[in-house]
Design a binder for this molecule. Structure first.
Ligand SMILES: Cc1cc2nc3c(=O)[nH]c(=O)nc-3n(C[C@H](O)[C@H](O)[C@H](O)COP(=O)(O)OP(=O)(O)OC[C@H]3O[C@@H](n4cnc5c(N)ncnc54)[C@H](O)[C@@H]3O)c2cc1C
Length: 350
């Protein structure tokens, strides 16, 4: 539970902030300073995860000072130093302890709550990654507030927009909790400046909560290709490719020619054409590249949920009535076994 004094102070801040729309720009700017946001950063082997940088962009949209939080083995000289260079951060709170290296929510949540109490933050933001999704619900429960998940826009300091029903409806939610605990969709908050900042790195509080869970091992898909989640171009294949052999024969050269990451529909993944980590959609990854090229993908709503924010959508499908053409900027009706190699050859010649 939040201490009473803290709650009432926050209520006062909130009531002032609720009047913000009717205030002059100067007063609104003054009230924005009452906000204080903690962006929770994920790191792996001392490097910041790009998905968590969206938390900083969202925090900056809120206004008010932004502090970043990072924890793990030797983070002060690695990921905390990296975060300190990000523009718009006031401070980076770092906790050096190997026990937090793998981001296990069982001990990371009490660590975060301890530091939230110390910093008296009004907003806690993390990326909607596996890390954020497993950590923040526990943090919200420990703070006795409700989490607002997977937001795509910020309307004000207490009102947020989030897609529901695989992106078929958009919900605007207003939170009356004294501390807002939020995860953000990475594709909706982009453009962080990773150089030029000069935040100070300070030591956080370490409650050293014992962890009942032991991290045993992990198997990560390794690839020389651009990362699907952050690539500026994605070439995706669907069930229309017919087999893994054809998927590899047609999709890989096209992706290589474009310098693109590879994606796949769930039907392609379930049929064994592509690795599970490459699935785009409601139950896969959310991507918003400059170019998304879909070959042999029908455009089911669950697939669209993961890629419809792409800047340019191109589709190759033999069925002119395929739903993918309803959202495609560029469409090519034809047999992909003919059109994909032809396109690859033409692009190579350019
Ligand atoms: C709860 C739930 C979650 C889901 N999550 C996801 C998700 O995250 N991602 C996802 O993708 N799906 C997801 N799905 C599955 C989704 O509903 C579709 O079944 C799936 O996206 C279909 O994949 P597809 O377009 O590759 O296959 P199909 O729907 O079978 O489409 C194949 C397309 O290829 C075209 N084609 C065939 N041969 C050729 C050719 N020679 N040349 C050109 N075109 C050709 C066909 O015209 C057709 O349009 C989910 C479903 C459920 C119920």
């Amino acid at each position: 539970m939040i201490p009473i004094a803290r709650s009432s102070a926050l209520r006062a801040v909130r009531s002032q902030l609720s009047q913000r729309r009717s205030l002059s720009p100067t007063s609104a700017a003054a009230l924005a300073r009452l906000l204080s946001t903690l962006a929770v950063l994920e790191q792996r082997d001392g490097k910041l995860a790009s998905s968590s940088l969206a938390a900083i962009v969202a925090a900056q949209k809120l206004g008010g000072p932004v502090t970043a939080f990072v924890a793990g083995k030797g983070v002060k000289s690695t990921s905390a130093a990296e975060a300190a260079k990000i523009q718009g951060l006031e401070k980076v709170v770092a906790v050096e302890n190997e026990a937090y290296e793998k981001g296990l929510p069982e001990n990371f949540a009490p660590l975060l709550v301890e530091n939230i109490k110390q910093g008296e933050y009004t907003h806690i933001i993390a990326g909607h990654s596996a890390f954020g999704k497993s950590l923040l619900p526990r943090v919200a429960a420990l703070l006795d507030v409700q989490q607002v998940s997977d937001i795509t826009a910020i309307e004000s300091e207490d009102t947020f927009v989030r897609p529901i029903y695989a992106g078929n409806a958009v919900l605007t939610v207003q939170s009356s909790d004294p501390i807002k605990v939020i995860t953000v969709r990475g594709t909706a908050f982009q453009g962080v400046e990773t150089e030029g900042g000069s935040a100070t790195v300070v030591d956080g509080t370490d409650p050293n909560t014992p962890c009942p869970t032991e991290w045993v091992s992990e198997e990560l898909a390794k690839s020389e290709r651009p990362d699907l989640g952050t690539a500026s171009r994605v070439v995706s294949g669907g069930r229309g490719l017919k087999s893994k052999e054809e998927f590899d024969r047609l999709i890989l050269p096209l992706a290589d020619t474009l310098g693109a990451a590879i994606g796949a529909s769930r039907a392609a993944v379930d049929s064994g054409f592509a690795d599970n980590s490459l699935q785009v959609g409601q139950t896969g990854k959310n991507v918003a590249p400059q170019l998304y090229l879909a070959a042999g993908i029908s455009g089911a709503i669950q697939h669209l949920a993961g890629m419809k924010d792409s800047k340019v959508i191109a589709a190759i499908n033999k069925d002119p009535d395929a739903p993918i053409f309803q959202i495609a900027d560029v469409g090519l009706v034809g047999d992909l076994f003919e059109k994909v190699p032809e396109l690859t050859e033409k692009l190579k010649k350019q």
